[in-house]
Write a protein of this length. Structure first.
Length: 201
C-alpha cells in the first residue's frame, strides 16, 4: 500500500473534532452560573470538592489517587458545563479518572487502574449516547490503512495513560481511554481510513 503523510491531516482535523460532554450534569441551581476559573496549585481534594458541590454527586476516592496540585485558569468567563469539563480534563491530565457508580456516586481512581477491565464498546456509532469522559475500551477495525501507518498519529490524540493494543489479524486496535478521547480518535480515523485515491485528492 502506498504510504502518505498523515501529520498535516492530523493537525488540521484535531481542531475540527469535538470533545465529549461532562461526566455529571450540574445541579439546576447552578445552570446559569458562569465566571473565571483560577485554581492556582489547588489540591486534588479541593478540586473534587468543587466538582461535588456543583454536581451534587458523592465522590468515593480511592486511597491511591495521585496527590497532585491542580493549576487551571481561564481568561474568559466559563459557563458551568464548560467549567466541569475543564475540571475533568485537568484531573485526566494528572492521571485521575472519575467513573459513574449508579445515579448518585462517582468513583475517583488512578487512571491506570480505571482503564483495566473496561467493557468493550460494541454499540454502533449512530446509536451511541453523547460521549462522556468515563473509561471504556473499543475495538476499531481499519479498512484501508495499515496499523503502522495510523498508530503513531492516534497515540498523539490519547491520554498518557491510554492503552492502544494492535490486533494484526483484524488490522485494527483495542483502544482503552476516556470515551471522549476514543470518540475523537475514531472520528479522526474515519476521516483518514479511505481509499488512497480519496486521500490524495
Amino acid at each position: 500500500m502506498k504510504k502518505i503523510a498523515l501529520l498535516p491531516l492530523f493537525l488540521t482535523l484535531c481542531a475540527a473534532v469535538p470533545a465529549g460532554a461532562q461526566i455529571a450534569a450540574p445541579l439546576p441551581e447552578f445552570l446559569k452560573t458562569e465566571g473565571l476559573v483560577n485554581y492556582d496549585g489547588m489540591t486534588v481534594d479541593a478540586v473534587l470538592d468543587e466538582y461535588a458541590r456543583y454536581t451534587g454527586k458523592t465522590l468515593i476516592k480511592a486511597p491511591n489517587v495521585p496527590t497532585v496540585n491542580i493549576t487551571l485558569r481561564s481568561k474568559t468567563k466559563l459557563d458551568i458545563k464548560t467549567h466541569l469539563l475543564a475540571i475533568e480534563s485537568a484531573l485526566s491530565l494528572n492521571g485521575i479518572t472519575m467513573i459513574p457508580e449508579g445515579e448518585h456516586f462517582l468513583r475517583v481512581l488512578p487512571s491506570d487502574v480505571a482503564n483495566k477491565n473496561q467493557p468493550i464498546n460494541t454499540t454502533p456509532p449512530e446509536k451511541r449516547l453523547p460521549g462522556f469522559n468515563k473509561m471504556v475500551s473499543e475495538l476499531v477495525q481499519l479498512k484501508h490503512l495499515e496499523i503502522d501507518e495510523i498508530q503513531p498519529v492516534i497515540q498523539e490524540l490519547m491520554n498518557p495513560f491510554a492503552k492502544i493494543q494492535p490486533i494484526a489479524r483484524m488490522n485494527g486496535f483495542l483502544i482503552t481511554d476516556t470515551s471522549a478521547n476514543i470518540e475523537r480518535a475514531v472520528d479522526f480515523i474515519n476521516h483518514l481510513d479511505v481509499p488512497v485515491e480519496v486521500r490524495e485528492e
